[in-house]
Ligand binder design. Structure first.
Ligand code: KG4
Ligand code: ZN
Length: 350
């Protein structure tokens, strides 16, 4: 089964063709970073316009690179939630047009489910070991930070175990980078600078560090850094690298500790990470080491599978098609995830 995936939930226009067993036949990502960088963040209206401008080229390129035509694909999967509604609408309408014209089935995919399944993608010549259900997953992106137990793909089989009460981890990276004058998006720059820095130079601490709760909080850490910059000015040179390392060590420590605690509590052996922050070198190293120590199997998707892409959407769509699920032409875009929120920020009981 060949599925064409289309993704336009935020600031990347992406299309991909994925075949059997998660084989990625093509994966095209058109980033809008240059469009939004002068504004220090994403401007929703500009994102929609850029998607409109780029969708045709990106989808055409994905089919060409996969060596297939629209007639060869078995279905179209498109991100329809969560995200910027204007941005999502472009992808959803584009996908409907293609599916209608080619007489193919269409299915809407939750972007977060795409991130949770990215560890199944096969990009290289050697097969990657894939996670076994049930697994515990840490989803860390610019908009979301949560830990899930994933028993399968049927409705109700993905359960939120814990989440941030305030900022997402990626949001914290981006805001701290902005405070340091490092531009947008900040995650990759902080990651790079932290490699040469000393993580013990600044005594900033992330709150809610205890492994007894799976809820998290990152906004207090950002506030400590904001106060430091207000008092002492922006760190520069060696101090900047140390500041990045000190901040990053706190975030990655908390994320890793809670992920391992969740897997242990659930009695689940397979552990997955996903989302843009899962590209972070320190997080990857910490998760790999902690899982080894706890007898858990860690699945770290390739970097291209962590940040926003359409291959993960195509793969999730393929899994839905395989279950006989598909949508009709009333498929709508919405800003909310389909995954039930269980933790306090989501209005849950805990
Ligand atoms: O998953 P993603 O591409 O988009 C969303 O769904 O949000 O995640 C983007 C986020 C941004 O906040 C970006 O700064 C962060 O992921 N990010 C990183 C790294 N690469 C991207 N954060 C830390 N280290 C990285 N290497
Ligand atoms: Zn994402």
């Amino acid at each position: 089964m060949l599925v064409l995936g289309i993704e336009s939930s935020c600031d990347e226009t992406a299309a991909a063709v994925v075949g059997d067993d998660g084989r990625v036949l093509s994966d095209v990502v058109q980033s809008q970073v240059a469009t939004h960088a002068p504004f220090g963040g994403i401007v929703p209206e500009l994102a929609s316009r850029d998607h409109l401008k780029n969708a045709r080229f990106v989808v055409g390129e994905a089919l060409t690179r996969a060596g297939v035509t629209l007639a060869d694909v078995d279905g179209v999967a498109v991100t329809n939630r969560p995200g910027l509604v204007g941005a999502l609408l472009v992808g959803v309408q584009f996908a409907k047009g293609l599916a209608w014209a080619a007489g193919k089935p269409i299915v809407g995919v939750d972007h977060l489910v795409g991130h949770l399944l990215a560890a199944f993608l096969q990009r290289g010549p050697a097969p990657r070991p894939i996670p076994e259900f049930p697994f515990v997953a840490l989803l860390v992106s610019g908009g979301h930070t949560a830990i899930y137990r994933v028993d399968g793909l049927e409705p109700g089989a993905i359960r939120e175990l814990g989440a941030t009460r305030d900022d997402a981890a990626g949001e914290a990276f981006d805001k701290v980078a902005k405070l340091f004058g490092l531009g947008y998006p900040g995650g990759p720059v902080v990651d790079r600078l932290a490699r040469t820095g000393r993580p013990d130079r600044f005594d900033w601490t992330a709150p809610m560090r205890s492994a007894s709760s799976l809820e998290m909080s990152f906004s207090g850490l950002k506030t400590q850094i904001m106060q430091h910059v207000a008092e002492h000015g922006r760190p520069e040179g060696e101090a900047l690298a140390d500041a990045c390392a000190s901040f990053q060590a706190q975030v990655t420590f908390v994320l890793t500790r809670k992920l391992v605690a969740a897997a242990t509590r659930e009695g689940v052996r397979h552990v997955v990470i996903g989302g843009g922050v899962a590209a972070n070198a320190e997080l990857r190293a910490r998760v790999a080491e902690a899982c080894r120590g706890a007898g858990l199997v860690a699945h770290l998707p390739e970097i291209a599978s962590c940040t926003d892409n359409a291959a993960m959407i195509a793969y999730a769509g393929r899994a839905l098609f395989a279950q006989g699920r598909r949508d009709d032409w009333s498929l709508a875009a919405t800003s909310k995830t389909s995954l039930p929120r269980a933790t306090r920020k989501g209005g849950g009981a805990r």
